[in-house]
Design a protein around this ligand. Sequence first.
Ligand SMILES: C[S@@+](CC[C@H](N)C(=O)[O-])C[C@H]1O[C@@H](n2cnc3c(N)ncnc32)[C@H](O)[C@@H]1O
Length: 135
Amino acid sequence: MPEARHLTLLEVDAASAARLREEFAGRTEAVVHGGGTHMPFADGRFDSVVCFTMLHHVPTPAAQDRLFAEAHRVLRPGGVFAGCDALSSVRFRLIHIGDTCVPVPPATLGERLRAAGFAKAEVTVGEGRVRFRAE
Ligand SMILES: C[S@@+](CC[C@H](N)C(=O)[O-])C[C@H]1O[C@@H](n2cnc3c(N)ncnc32)[C@H](O)[C@@H]1O
């Protein structure tokens, strides 16, 4: 995959966004404090949207679906939405005791991405993770 020429980071936690601003100073276009379910970006602004190991932190399936629809809205036509997350397991749930943990079931992820507006969605499972690519 080619390296991105411009990168915008979206982070819902204010302290984490401040840390990322320091860590990525000069290496990203912007670190934006905001949530994936209401992205503070114009329609069609991005070529691609990616999210890694964060969907399970979005507290309900309905909110996750809203995030998928937002990813579709901010992508240019033909843009790609891709990412991965951990599969549900006893160990994963144990390490999230007291924290939000709503793993995304792989069996229904493809249809949820299509319902959010993506024409194509590929979902694969392996090594304890679900990976997806939608466009
Ligand atoms: C487990 S960390 C993963 C961070 C990074 N993607 C990685 O793979 O190392 C999940 C991150 O997603 C952020 N997050 C959770 N819900 C979010 C949302 N609705 N919108 C944007 N960021 C969110 C959390 O604050 C946290 O920084």
